[in-house]
Design a protein around this ligand. Structure first.
Ligand SMILES: [Cu+2]
Length: 65
């Protein structure tokens, strides 16, 4: 299961935003965000370009590290 590290999450709202942004990316589902670790884990139903994930996160004000 792919795991990415995300910079800038500080509360449950951030977790909700990141979860939604990732879930909205075509090919990503079952997103689990860990606030204390600053990570997001998900399932891929098809090949998803890393750039698409990076952009989706950036669009809502966070950064993939
Ligand atoms: Cu927050």
């Amino acid at each position: 299961m792919p795991t990415i590290k995300i910079k800038g999450m500080s509360c449950a709202h951030c977790v909700a935003s990141v979860t939604k942004a990732l879930s909205d990316v075509n090919g990503i589902k079952d997103v689990h965000v860990n606030l204390t670790e600053g990570t997001a884990t998900f399932l891929q139903t098809k090949e998803v370009p890393a750039e698409a994930i990076r952009r989706a996160i950036q669009k809502i004000g966070f950064e993939v590290v």
